[in-house]
Design a protein around this ligand. Sequence first.
Ligand SMILES: NC(=O)c1ccc[n+]([C@@H]2O[C@H](COP(=O)([O-])OP(=O)(O)OC[C@H]3O[C@@H](n4cnc5c(N)ncnc54)[C@H](O)[C@@H]3O)[C@@H](O)[C@H]2O)c1
Length: 260
Amino acid sequence: MAKGLVPSWSETQGQVVLITGAGSGIGRAAAELFAERGALVVAADRSESGAETAEKIRAAGGTACFVRADVSVETEVEAMVAITLDRYGALDAAFNNAGVAPPVGPLETIGAADWERALAVNLRGVWLCMKYELAVMVPRRAGSIVNTSSVAGVAGCPGSAGYAAAKHGVVGLTRSAAAEHGRHGVRVNAIAPGLTETGMLRHLRDIEHLDVAGAAAGTPLGRIAEPREIAEAAYWLASPRASFVTGHVLSVDGGETAAP
Ligand SMILES: NC(=O)c1ccc[n+]([C@@H]2O[C@H](COP(=O)([O-])OP(=O)(O)OC[C@H]3O[C@@H](n4cnc5c(N)ncnc54)[C@H](O)[C@@H]3O)[C@@H](O)[C@H]2O)c1
């Protein structure tokens, strides 16, 4: 965040925003983007890298704190939301973004432990976060939640069936919560990113030896996204700019799902 680029006013000025998976990739880019636009950011992550994100934001003149939390552990999620309220006194928006990529392989080769882990973080984690966020937002009759699904949440993903099952589940959670709580002043949406240059993508490229460049070359925009491009979509959905949008799953995938 360059000095001088902080606007004097924005829709998210002074808003409290909780972001999970904020230590890397899309979550870190989103934390920086919200902070640039005046939000008070809670950068949550299970790893210490979330502290680096918060430090970077503060060094650039923004407001942020780190909360260590594993989104698959209910007590840690409950504490994460409680700390947010203690620290900043509100919870205006949440970006439930933490996720992991399980080992790649055909469905019949998936081990039970890898299946459980994929679901625990990518689906149960989003549910737990929404559970405690909604408990704050619904009584206050205000709030906006954005969940991170994936291209693998709107189409099948050969070699990643467990991940795809979890990301499809995020879409179901998002739409159901939007329907339950629209009348309570809370909007709930999801983004469905395509291939994005993050730690997860590096893992798929370097450890799983997937041809991510080749896959990206076959999409309409023909390239891999930068994390900031995904964060912009999450920002828009979370902010009052999207005030009449709820229950929506926004593809941010360079056209991948438009021309499979
Ligand atoms: N990179 C892509 O191509 C891509 C595409 C579609 C969707 N996504 C989704 O985007 C989200 C962000 O991933 P990314 O690509 O930025 O990856 P990343 O690995 O760079 O960042 C993920 C962050 O989540 C944190 N995290 C993992 N498990 C956690 C847990 N249990 N509790 C709290 N924090 C946890 C990690 O420590 C890390 O900081 C994920 O939900 C991922 O599934 C990524």
